[in-house]
Design a binder for this molecule. Structure first.
Ligand code: GN1
Ligand code: MG
Length: 361
C-alpha cells in the first residue's frame, strides 16, 4: 500500500475519533467510482481486531458529496428505527459530520459489516436472497418522505437525457473514436425503443426511495446461512422508480457472463437467475408494489441494460473519464456486453413477463 494513502487513512481514522493502532489496510477493488479501503485496528475495549470501511468519494462523479451523506444519514436512521441489525453505522467526526474533508479529498467511514458480498458464479438460492435483501431495503423505506432526499446525481436514470448526452459525445468525438464504433452506435439505435419504455411512461409511476446500484455484490448476506443482512453502497440512494432497482439487479446478476465479457456468445439472460431474483425481490414487496410497477418490472431490466451500455459507450467515445477501466477498450467491451445482453432480453421478454405474473399470482 502506498505510504501516502496509509498516511491519509491514519488521518481519517483520527478525524473520526478512532485512535486504535492500525494493523492492516487493503484496497477493495470492485467499485468503478470510489476508492474503498478495509482497515483493521486493535480495538482498545476488547483488545481484538475491529474493521472499518474507509472510502474516498470521487467528487468528479459525486459533485456534492455532502448531499449524499445527508441522504445516507436519513436512510440509515430510518432503517435503524425499524431494525438496527440492518443499518450501516457511519461514524461522525468531532464536529458531528458523517464525512471528513481533507484538502481535495472527501472521506467517510463506517463499521465493517460482517457478511458476504456474493459475485460471479453464485447459486440460485443466493440470488434469491440478494433479491430479498433489496426488497427488504425497499420495504423499510416505503414510508419515508421522499421530498427529504436530495437528487444527488440529477437525472441519474433519465434515459432520454442520457441519450441526448450520448449524441452530444458522438458529435464532439474528442478522441476520434466514433468511427470505430459505428456498428455499436447502430445497434444502440435499434435497441433504443426498448431502452426508453420506462422513460416514456414515467408520469404513471410512483416515486420511491431507490438504491440505484443493485448489483449482486451490493447485498450482504450471512456468510453461513446466506440469509439477507443489509444493502450496502448507498451513494446513489435517492428518489426514483422501483423498476430501475429491479432492472439493474437483473442486468448485473442474471447475466450468465460478467459485465465485461468479451466472448459475446456467453452473454445471455439466465431466466433461472431472473426468476430467483424476482422471487426474492417481488416476494418481499408483493403488497407494496402497484399493478403498473409490477407490469413494468421486466422493462426495468431492458431500460437499465440499455442505459448502462449507452453510458459505457459514451464514456469510451469521450475518452474514459467516468468509469475506472482496467485496460484501454474496457468501456467498449462493457458496452458490447450490455447490448448483447439486451438483445437476448428482447427475445425473452415474454418469458420475463410470464415469470413475474406467476410470482404475483
Ligand atoms: C457504477 O462504482 P459502482 O460499480 O458502484 C455506476 C452505476 C453503474 C455501474 C456499472 C454513480 O457503480 O450506475 O451501473 O458502475 N455508479 C455511478 O457497473 O455512476
Ligand atoms: Mg455504486
Amino acid at each position: 500500500m502506498d505510504a501516502q494513502i496509509l498516511n491519509s487513512i491514519a488521518k481519517v481514522l483520527d478525524a473520526f475519533k478512532i485512535r486504535d493502532p492500525i494493523i492492516n489496510v487493503t484496497e477493495m477493488k470492485s467499485g468503478h467510482i470510489n476508492n474503498t479501503y478495509l482497515v483493521s485496528v486493535i480495538f482498545h475495549e476488547t483488545n481484538k481486531e475491529k474493521r472499518y470501511i474507509v472510502q474516498r468519494i470521487n467528487i468528479n462523479v459525486f459533485k456534492d458529496p455532502m448531499l449524499i451523506m445527508s441522504n445516507i444519514d436519513l436512510v440509515c436512521e430510518h432503517i435503524r428505527k425499524k431494525n438496527p441489525k440492518e443499518a450501516l453505522h457511519f461514524h461522525h467526526t468531532v464536529s458531528g459530520d458523517n464525512f471528513f474533508v481533507d484538502g481535495d479529498n472527501f472521506w467517510r467511514l463506517y463499521t465493517y459489516f460482517e457478511g458476504i458480498a456474493a459475485d460471479g458464479e453464485v447459486t440460485l438460492e443466493i440470488i434469491k436472497n440478494v433479491g430479498r435483501t433489496f426488497g427488504i431495503f425497499q420495504e423499510r423505506l416505503n414510508d419515508i418522505d421522499t421530498s427529504k432526499l436530495y437528487e444527488t446525481i440529477p437525472y441519474f436514470h433519465d434515459t432520454e437525457r442520457r441519450y441526448k448526452h450520448f449524441l452530444f459525445t458522438i458529435k464532439k468525438d474528442p478522441k476520434g473514436r466514433a468511427k470505430e464504433v459505428e456498428a455499436d452506435i447502430a445497434k444502440l439505435e435499434k435497441l433504443k425503443p426498448y431502452g426508453l419504455m420506462i422513460h416514456n411512461h414515467k408520469k404513471e409511476f410512483p416515486i420511491r426511495v431507490t438504491h440505484n446500484d443493485t448489483k449482486t455484490n451490493n447485498a450482504l448476506l450471512d456468510s453461513e446461512t446466506f440469509a439477507p443482512l443489509c444493502a450496502i453502497d448507498l451513494d446513489t440512494v435517492m428518489p426514483g422508480f422501483v423498476m430501475h432497482d429491479f432492472g439493474d439487479a437483473i442486468r448485473y446478476g442474471a447475466n450468465e457472463a460478467s459485465e465485461d465479457e468479451t466472448d459475446l456468445k456467453k452473454v445471455k439472460l439466465s431466466l433461472d437467475r431472473y426468476k430467483a431474483f424476482a422471487e426474492g425481490f417481488v416476494g418481499e414487496l408483493k403488497h407494496t408494489l402497484t399493478p403498473i410497477e409490477i407490469e413494468y418490472l421486466p422493462y426495468g431490466a431492458l431500460a437499465m441494460t440499455f442505459e448502462c451500455g449507452m453510458r459505457f459507450l459514451d464514456d469510451y467515445i469521450d475518452g474514459d473519464n467516468y468509469f475506472k477501466i482496467a485496460y484501454p477498450k474496457h468501456n467498449l467491451d462493457r458496452a458490447r456486453c450490455q447490448f448483447a445482453l439486451l438483445e437476448d432480453m428482447v427475445n425473452k421478454l415474454d418469458d420475463m413477463k410470464r415469470i413475474i405474473d406467476e410470482i404475483v399470482k
